[in-house]
Design a binder for this molecule. Structure first.
Ligand code: BGC
Length: 820
């Protein structure tokens, strides 16, 4: 294999990824913000900020898929004599004497050096504040006095990121700003319906400014050589319409060895309707002044940063492993958990592959994301479940997504995905097992957000199960609807028109026989969970309705298992589906795509036919037909032509996305199947193939995208360049990798009455320790694998042997010793 160039490395002690070459194979980004105010930031300071919703409250402008790539961001220009440079190299691209970008937990620090000057910028969003802090430190490392001209730069987005990109006949006339001291206010549309504005401030006197883009940049110049900067002369421009920006100009003199801090603040403010103005057309700046006052010194900023770091310390202290394998420990203890929090915050809305305009919070996506963060922020998981359930319909069906700002469901990316309802059970059960909070089931939750329609959350779970039962096809398997987990398996779509979307075009549902084995497996897994939940409820409440419900649902689960055994087995693996006409998909009889991963994952997780050897055969078939150097592909062989009856899946060239790409999200399903079957060696080898820290070591250049997080898709074995990654960050892979490693490989599984211990490990595993905070308890659990892949032999709790594999919950500190 050719030696791959490296662009960075992990710094575990600081929980950072350190990038040492700005010209990464693709922008390597990070996320700032944890609650309401968010930013995306690349390793060259590109990206943008928004308040809550990347579509409706976009604060700064960004140009997706542009030339050059990653165009637009928060840029500092330093003019030192005739040399103009940026600490993050871009946009000027002046060669630097030193460059480093450290992406950490919700912060990024970018440092550049040129001609004896060091410029280091710390970017972060303070907890509970609606702003991005940019603390710039300039240091003169030379032996001469330096006179520098410093220009800041941000470009305002006119709030709605979608119309900002298209409605120029209006936009070019609406832009408005105000300038007051060292603060530039962006108030476009504030005169009418908006009650919010943004500002860009610096805690030092300025010697000039610009707010009109073309005046600052020059119509025939670029971000790389803005006229005002190149000439060292701000224009003091005042934007009226066109494209408002914010740029401060500061003259800085530094004696040899001297350094100075500047705190730049990008803030967002909302005012009450009656308090919007202090005079005609003059915005009420009180709240902006107050926010600025909270962060106007280096000391205040350092304190806010320390609080952010403590917040992350606490989050990452909840589950901590020491295995002695750095690559595993750093993913489990740092990056996997961090990515889970990012997917919690963003679902699939805003990354460098998701424009923040098309997609909101997914119903199925957000439920799955929940298993990744529920241990860290249970109260927010609780709220999330209620928000999601509130978009459900009375028959159990649901909107596929909702907008975070309004929390209202919409059909913008289609509706009628028949797997969606089951995920609500998956998410809710995970929440209750983590917290023991059964009261969530009594919460009154509306349908489609309609006041007056409320029923209990438990009722929502029940109708979710019923939605599957009420929508069975000719083989008594679940009808697929628009699609199941695989958005692109569109069996009722039949599209020949390139102008229509596979996702939103009207489906032919009359007479359909299209059934999904993926939903069948999902139904069995979540159905068993639902039955166990009902049994617990009846045990705790002594209410026989719950035990009757458990019996009813167990029958439905058993019937589904029978249907899969009878109509869903192909001899060596589970079928994937039946098409509209009732023909097999994912069968040895098919010309292409004879086997699919999703049904292998879900039916092995459901352990359907394990006693007849079906599970083992299915897992072996995954190894034989789906596995390759970079992970398991989604289907094999890839489709080589478009199949009208299958829809989008066959629209992709071979090896990409849902057509035989390595869709990392579903690899963990098979890995869990392996774990349940006790095949620890196989589970580990599949897991390590898609574990970022292993990929980082071998394939930085080939893989292309960020080496510290999982991406949605890695090009599969049939692709032009197998191993190339795409769609990084926002993917269900994060939560599934976490769920897999924390609960099934390392084997620490929250349960209603305590923690179940059931690891499944490679034979080579050494002793390891997991520190797990669980409700009001703190467990230190040491596992001695003794060369075994699975099977707990004995558990000692605080020195005393216990029966079974569940450590009964009790508050306080506990030591647990486990022998396999
Ligand atoms: C979507 C998921 C979907 C997956 C497979 C992702 O882009 O967010 O909801 O399950 O693609 O199609």
């Amino acid at each position: 294999m050719e030696q791959q160039k490296r662009y960075g490395h992990f710094d575990d002690q600081h929980r950072e990824y350190v990038i040492s070459d700005p010209q990464t194979p693709w922008p390597w980004i990070n996320y700032l913000g944890n609650e309401d105010f968010f930013s995306l930031i690349s390793n060259t300071a590109g990206g943008y900020s928004f308040y809550k919703d990347a579509k409706f409250r976009r604060i700064t402008r960004y140009r997706y898929n542009n030339v050059p790539m990653d165009n637009g961001g928060r840029y500092f220009y330093i003019k030192d004599g005739d040399t103009v440079w940026n600490p993050g190299w871009k946009p000027c691209k002046t060669p630097l004497d030193f460059y480093e970008c450290r992406h950490g937990m919700s912060y990024t620090r970018i440092t550049g050096k040129k001609n004896g000057v060091e410029a280091s910028v710390l970017f972060f969003v303070p907890l509970k504040k609606w702003c991005e802090v940019q603390k710039l430190t300039l240091k003169n490392e030379s032996s001469e006095t330096k006179s520098l001209k410093l220009f800041s730069f941000e470009e305002w987005c006119l709030w709605n990121a979608a119309t900002d990109m298209e409605n120029f006949q209006r936009n070019f006339s609406t832009g408005e700003v105000e300038i007051e001291g060292s603060t530039i206010y962006h108030k476009t549309e504030y005169r009418e319906r908006r009650n919010h504005y943004a500002f860009y401030h610096v805690n030092a006197p300025i010697q000039g400014f610009d707010t009109d883009r073309e005046t600052f940049v020059g119509l025939y110049n670029e971000f790389a050589d803005p006229q005002a900067v190149m000439e060292g002369k701000p224009r003091n421009s005042h934007a009226h319409g066109w494209s408002p920006i914010a740029s401060h100009y500061i003259e800085v003199t530094l004696a040899p060895g001297e350094s100075k801090d500047f705190v730049f603040l990008l803030g967002y403010i909302e005012n009450e309707q009656e308090e919007k103005f202090e005079a005609l057309q003059v915005i009420n700046k009180q709240k902006a002044h107050a926010l600025i006052a909270e962060l106007d010194t280096t000391e205040k900023v350092d304190k806010a940063f320390a609080e952010l770091c403590e917040y992350w310390d606490a989050l990452l202290n909840i589950y901590k492993v020491r295995t002695g394998n750095d690559k595993l420990d750093r993913m489990v203890n740092i990056w996997n958990q961090y990515q889970c929090m990012v997917t919690f915050n963003f679902s699939r809305s805003a990354s460098f592959f998701e424009s923040g305009v098309g997609r909101g919070m997914g119903f199925r996506d957000s439920n799955q994301d929940l298993v990744g963060f529920v241990h860290q922020i249970p109260p927010r998981a609780r709220q999330r479940i209620i928000d999601i359930a509130s978009t459900q319909f009375p028959d159990g069906g649901c909107y596929h997504q909702y907008q975070p700002l309004t929390k209202r469901g919409n059909n913008d990316i289609g509706g009628g995905f028949n797997d969606d309802p089951c995920w609500l059970i998956f998410g809710t059960v995970a929440y209750i097992k983590e917290t023991g909070d059964f009261s969530i089931l009594d919460e009154m939750v509306p349908f489609d957000n309609q006041p007056g329609s409320e029923v209990t959350l438990f009722e929502h779970l029940k109708i979710s199960m019923d939605h599957v039962i009420n929508n069975l096809g000719p083989h008594m398997l679940p009808l697929i609807g628009r699609a199941d987990w695989n958005d692109c398996l569109n069996l009722n779509c039949f599209s020949w028109d390139p102008n229509e979307s596979f996702q939103t075009t009207e489906n032919v549902s009359e007479g359909t026989k299209a059934e999904s084995l993926m939903i069948a497996g999902l139904f069995v897994v979540t159905g068993k969970d639902y039955v166990a939940l009902c049994r617990k409820l009846s045990e705790y409440s002594n209410n026989s309705e719950y035990s009757e419900e458990a019996v009813r649902m167990q029958q439905a689960v058993d019937a589904m298992i029978d249907a899969v055994k009878k109509h869903g087995w192909d001899g060596e693996w589970y079928l994937r589906a039946y098409d509209f006409y009732g023909r097999k998909i994912g069968s040895n009889e098919c010309e292409e795509a004879k086997i699919f991963i999703e049904s292998q994952g879900w039916c092995t997780m459901a352990e359907i036919g394990a006693e007849d050897g079906m599970v083992a055969k299915s897992l072996d078939s995954c190894k034989k037909y789906l596995e390759c150097e970079h992970g398991m592909v989604l289907n094999n062989p890839a489709f080589s032509k478009y199949i009208y009856e299958y829809g989008e899946i066959s629209s992709y060239p071979e090896g990409y996305k849902e057509n035989a790409g390595i869709f990392c999200h579903n690899n963990p399903w098979v890995i869990i199947g392996e774990c349940l079957a006790g095949r620890g060696n196989d589970a580990w080898s599949h897991y390590a193939k898609i574990l970022p820290s292993y990929v980082e070591e071998k394939y930085q250049t080939l893989h292309k995208v960020e080496p510290y997080v999982n991406c949605q898709m890695v090009a599969g074995k049939d692709a032009f360049k197998p191993g190339e990654g795409k769609n990084s960050w926002l993917t269900g892979t994060a939560a599934w990798m976490w769920y897999t490693v924390s609960e099934f490989i390392l084997g620490i599984k929250p349960d209603y009455d305590g923690i179940r211990i059931d690891p499944c490990l490679p034979e080579t595993a050494s002793d390891y320790t997991v520190q797990r905070k669980f409700r009001e308890a703190d467990y230190e659990i040491t596992i001695h694998p003794n060369g075994k892949q699975k099977g707990v032999k004995s558990i000692t709790l605080d020195g005393a042997k216990i029966d079974g594999t569940v450590i009964p919950y009790s508050p306080g500190k506990h030591t647990v010793d486990v022998i396999l």
